[in-house]
Ligand binder design. Structure first.
Ligand code: ADP
Ligand code: MG
Length: 255
C-alpha cells in the first residue's frame, strides 16, 4: 500500500483508464478535503472515467460526421417556418424514427432550413450515441466513382456505410448518368433496413426520375427509400433572404 501516486497512475494507464490516471491527483485531493469514504472515492473515480470517455466518444463521432457547420434544433426558429410545428420538431428530436430505421425526406426551395434541421437532428443522434455521416450528393457521387482507386474515398465510404444515420444533402442537385445512378442504388440498397437516411432536396421524388436518367434504377431506389419514410415539406420564403445583411442603412435603400 505504499505505491506513490505516480505508480498508481501508471497502473491506471496500463488498464487503459487514462482519464482517471490524469485526474487522479486532483481526485485524491478532493477525497481528502471532503473526507470521502472508500466507497465514495471509488464511485467518483469510476463516474469520472465514464463521463470523460463519453465526452471523448461524442467528440469522435462529431469529427466523423463531417458536418459543414453545427447548428442545433434549439437554434431553429419555428416562428420563421410555418410548415413545421414545434410538436413535430420535438417528435423528430426523440429519434424514434432512427431507432426504427425510418428515413426522412426534407423538401423545399433553397434557404428554408432543410440542411439546418438535418444537422440539428444529426447532432441529437450523436449525443444519444449514434454514428452519423453527413455528405452532399455531389461529394457522394465523387466518392462512389473514385472508391476503387482512391483509398481516401474508400475510407470515407466505409464510415458512411457503418453509420446509423446518413444525411445526404441536396439530392438531385445535379443530374446523374447511368453509372452514377447505379452506384447510388447500391449504396441505398446497402443502407436499406440497416440505417436511416435523411435526404434533402428541392425537388420531389416524382422529379427524381428525370434526373437519374434510368427509370428502372429510380424505381428501385425509391422503392427502398420510400418503404419507411416521413416526408416533410418546408415551404416558406428563404430565411437567408429574409434575414440577409445589407451594407446599406435601411433609409438609403429607399432612395
Ligand atoms: P436549405 O438547406 O433549405 O437551403 P439552410 O438549412 O441551409 O437552407 O438554411 C439557410 C440558412 O438560414 C442557415 O444558416 C440556417 O441556419 C438559417 N435558417 C433557415 N431557416 C431557419 C429558421 N427557421 N430558424 C433559424 N435559422 C434558419
Ligand atoms: Mg441546404
Amino acid at each position: 500500500m505504499n505505491s506513490t501516486v505516480k505508480e498508481i497512475q501508471e497502473h491506471f494507464r496500463h488498464l487503459r483508464m487514462a482519464e482517471t490516471a490524469n485526474g487522479l491527483p486532483h481526485l485524491l485531493r478532493k477525497a481528502e478535503q471532503s473526507s470521502w469514504t472508500y466507497q465514495e472515492l471509488l464511485e467518483e473515480l469510476l463516474t469520472f472515467e465514464l463521463k470523460r470517455r463519453e465526452e471523448k466518444n461524442v467528440e469522435r463521432r462529431l469529427k466523423w460526421a463531417k458536418f459543414p457547420y453545427q447548428k442545433t434544433l434549439d437554434e431553429f426558429r419555428i416562428d420563421e417556418q410555418q410548415s413545421i410545428s414545434s410538436r413535430q420538431i420535438n417528435q423528430l428530436r426523440e429519434l424514434n424514427w432512427l431507432e426504427q430505421q425510418y428515413n426522412l425526406i426534407l423538401l423545399g426551395p433553397p434557404g428554408v432550413g432543410k440542411t439546418h434541421i438535418a444537422i440539428g437532428l444529426g447532432l441529437e443522434a450523436i449525443y444519444k450515441g449514434f454514428k452519423v455521416s453527413f455528405i452532399t450528393m455531389g461529394e457522394l457521387v465523387h466518392l462512389l466513382k473514385t472508391e476503387e482507386y482512391l483509398s481516401k474515398s474508400k475510407t470515407q465510404l466505409k464510415r458512411l456505410r457503418e453509420s446509423d444515420l446518413v444525411i445526404i444533402d441536396d439530392l438531385m442537385y445535379l443530374a446523374m448518368d447511368q453509372r452514377e445512378a447505379n452506384l447510388f442504388f447500391h449504396l441505398i440498397n446497402h443502407l436499406y433496413e440497416r440505417s436511416s437516411v435523411i435526404l434533402t432536396s428541392n425537388k420531389g421524388p416524382k422529379q427524381w426520375g428525370e434526373l437519374m436518367g434510368d427509370q428502372g434504377i429510380t424505381t428501385a431506389i425509391l422503392d427502398r427509400i420510400l418503404h419507411r419514410v416521413e416526408v416533410i415539406h418546408l415551404n416558406e420564403d428563404s430565411y437567408r433572404i429574409k434575414h440577409r445583411s445589407t451594407i446599406f442603412k435601411e433609409k438609403s435603400v429607399q432612395n
